[in-house]
Design a protein around this ligand. Structure first.
Ligand code: SAM
Ligand code: SF4
Ligand code: SF4
Length: 348
């Protein structure tokens, strides 16, 4: 039964939303600031020196994040992803990772970073209990990289960050590459070539209309099918099944045995039907979709003495009332001018 607590086809119990989807993953943005200015996420014209980011007291404290994570586990969450903004800009992040790994019921913690500070932090992240990492890297061409990071951050730093992550024992290491037609699609095969056979898994993401500032147009999307064909022509691919229910990437292995590559095709092949994710912004607003126009603020409740039961009631209610399916109805939504939440604010 949708919209209630019950045993689910996804395994395990927990509240189900109006489409029968359970809650399994929580993405936590720990920092709204970033040391890059990727034009599709935080364009420089908007995020300039005078832009007012959150003050440290406005962000959820580690204790508040951990308290919420424990409550989410009671509703079925067993995977966490730390993101941002740039999560490695959050001071003492390893303390948070240590606390989150200690929560019974959390089976997996991941982190998504632009990689510029990874060389500095990889070993302490691993020591704190982080097992795997995702590094965003849109091109190996220095000129394209610079354009796509907004002129900040060095390609060499990111590559050295990935190498440090490997040496620190973070495994698997995934590289996420957002592909924009005519911008970086001509450099996609270089990334495949570089990481094939190294154990690093490259995943190509279709460019999405997240937020309100990137002037997204359908023509800027390179459908994954086209990219699969380009890669397959050079290095034959064999499709792999999904690793688990709710897995968003279509995975292929290189037929010659030199690893795998993934495709996240939320524009051309939406996967809303299996979407088990909630998202928490760095100031404690809960969102149930990457393209949400409204969220549920939790910070004031946390800071005004709400009990665990009261908070659980709020979280459960938000989930059972959820009906999100933006990507399945993109065309309809595009016609509506309501402001969506920004990607840097809730993370990917
Ligand atoms: N700063 C970190 C990073 O870049 O990995 C974490 C936050 S960032 C918002 C998370 C992911 O969202 C990155 O992989 C980024 O490339 C992706 N992203 C941002 N804007 C996007 C868009 N318009 N379409 C697809 N992916 C996007
Ligand atoms: Fe920063 Fe990540 Fe957004 Fe780029 S995608 S501006 S690195 S938050
Ligand atoms: Fe989930 Fe929203 Fe993305 Fe659909 S559009 S998969 S509901 S986050």
């Amino acid at each position: 039964m949708a919209g209630s607590d019950s045993v689910t086809p996804f395994g395990g119990a927990g509240p189900r939303d109006l489409r029968g989807r359970v809650l399994r993953d929580l993405r936590i943005s720990v920092m709204d600031r970033c040391n890059f200015r990727c034009p599709y996420c935080m364009p420089r014209e908007t995020f300039h020196d005078k832009y007012r980011f959150l003050g440290s007291h406005e962000r959820l404290s580690f204790d508040e994040i951990v308290r919420l994570a424990r409550l989410f586990v009671r509703l079925g969450v067993h995977k966490l992803r730390l993101t941002g903004g740039e999560p490695l800009l959050r001071p003492n992040l390893t303390d948070l990772i240590g606390d989150l790994t200690a929560i019974a019921g959390i089976e997996d913690i991941a982190l998504t970073t632009n990689g510029a500070l990874l060389g500095k932090h990889a070993f302490e992240l691993r020591a704190a209990g982080l097992q795997r990492i995702t590094v965003s890297l849109d091109s190996l061409d220095p000129e394209v990289f610079t354009r796509l990071s907004g002129g900040f951050g060095g390609l060499e730093d990111v590559l050295s960050g990935i190498e440090h992550a490997r040496r620190a024992g973070l495994d698997p290491i995934k590289v996420n590459t957002v592909i924009q037609r005519g911008v970086n699609d001509h450099t996609a095969l270089d990334l495949v070539e570089r990481f094939r056979g190294t154990g690093v898994i490259v995943r190509f993401i279709e460019y999405m209309d997240v937020g309100n500032r990137n002037h997204w147009q359908p023509g800027m999307v390179l459908p994954s099918k086209e990219l699969v064909a380009r890669i397959n022509a050079r290095w034959p691919l064999t499709p792999l099944g999904r690793a688990y229910h709710g897995e968003v990437a279509d995975r292929y292995r290189f037929t010659d045995g030199r690893g795998e590559v993934g495709f996240i095709s939320s524009v051309t092949q939406p996967f809303c039907g299996g979407c088990t994710r909630a998202r928490l912004s760095s100031d404690g607003v809960l969102y149930t979709c990457l393209f949400a126009t409204h969220g549920t603020p939790l910070r004031d409740k946390l800071r005004s003495g709400a009990s665990d039961d009261e908070l659980l009631d709020v979280l459960r209610r938000v989930w059972v009332e959820r009906s999100d399916s933006y990507s399945e109805r993109r065309q309809t939504h595009l016609a509506v001018s309501e402001r969506k939440v920004e990607m840097f604010y809730i993370g990917g």
